[in-house]
Design a protein around this ligand. Structure first.
Ligand code: KIV
Length: 275
């Protein structure tokens, strides 16, 4: 059964958890989808984990559309959310609606995500009015890394904590169907979760959120540049890959690969006519 924004809403109402992961390509999206996940985010984190940038700021609309298309083909049942990259929605409400529309029309996703609270409520309202579901994202919003002065836990003092509660209420009021809470203390995430009727999707926001999301390379141990405290490694796929790559190289060097079973035959009669 296809997950929709109604699935997310109903899950919160029933007290059931929502599961999300990121994906950036067809075959990974297919594996994640077949595992029964509720939602797949084509995150602009692709700038770091796929394209090798230091942060998400250089990611373009073309990058996002390219990867969202691939994920949408692989995800039959998960709700696919396309991330709006830096400067695709900040400049004007019109540009925000236009670019959200491109992600839906060209990328094939069913919803978009953008970062920010009160400052992007006009964009959330306008995109929602264009019948495009919006997932909001508050707390540590990586596109603001330069303004924050680094990737830091947010909402730790009274003023910031109160501001985050207000921002969550504001994005709900503007029409967001869910909100990502990134890197906020668990008890604050719990207060936010209980203060709004839309689901909270936590990443580094503790156990009380309505759902959880992780970057798939992080939870599979495939990205070693930096591992945040909130990441749990569910498998060491990176190690398995490195071992397999080493074995492949060794077998080529030893002449063990390819063997008989991996080669195609031709009749000797034909071969003899070639000399
Ligand atoms: O870009 C991304 O992958 C994200 C998640 C970490 C929520 O925004």
């Amino acid at each position: 059964m296809k997950n929709t924004v109604s699935t997310f809403k109903n899950k919160k109402a029933k007290g059931e958890k929502i599961s999300m992961l990121t994906a950036y390509d067809y075959s990974t999206a297919k594996l994640i989808d077949e595992s029964g996940i509720n939602g797949i985010l084509v995150g602009d984190s692709l700038g770091m984990v796929v394209l090798g940038y230091d942060d998400t700021l250089p990611v373009t609309m073309e990058d996002m559309i390219h990867h969202t298309k691939a994920v949408s083909k692989g995800a039959k049942n998960a709700l696919v959310v396309g991330d709006m990259p830096f400067m695709s929605y900040q400049v004007s409400v019109e540009e925000a609606v236009y670019n959200a529309g491109r992600l839906i029309k060209e990328g094939g996703c069913q919803a978009v995500k953008l970062e920010g609270g009160a400052t992007v409520c006009n964009q959330i309202r306008a995109i929602t009015n264009a019948s495009i579901p919006v997932m909001a994202h508050i707390g540590l919003t990586p596109q603001s890394v330069n303004a924050f002065g680094g990737f830091k836990v947010q909402g730790k003092n009274e003023e910031d904590a109160k501001r985050l509660i207000e921002e969550a209420k504001a994005v709900e009021e503007a029409g967001a169907f869910a909100v990502v809470l990134e890197c906020v203390p668990e008890k604050l995430a719990e207060i936010i979760t209980n203060s709004i009727s839309i689901p909270t999707i936590g990443i580094g926001a503790g156990r009380k959120c309505d759902g959880q999301i992780l970057v798939y390379q992080d939870m599979l141990g495939m990205f070693s540049n930096f591992t945040p405290k909130f990441v749990k490694r569910f498998a060491n796929v990176g190690e398995i890959m490195t071992e397999a790559f080493k074995q492949y190289i060794a077998e080529i060097n030893d002449g063990k690969f390819p063997s008989d079973e991996h080669t195609f035959a031709i009749s000797d009669d034909i071969i003899n006519k070639l000399y």
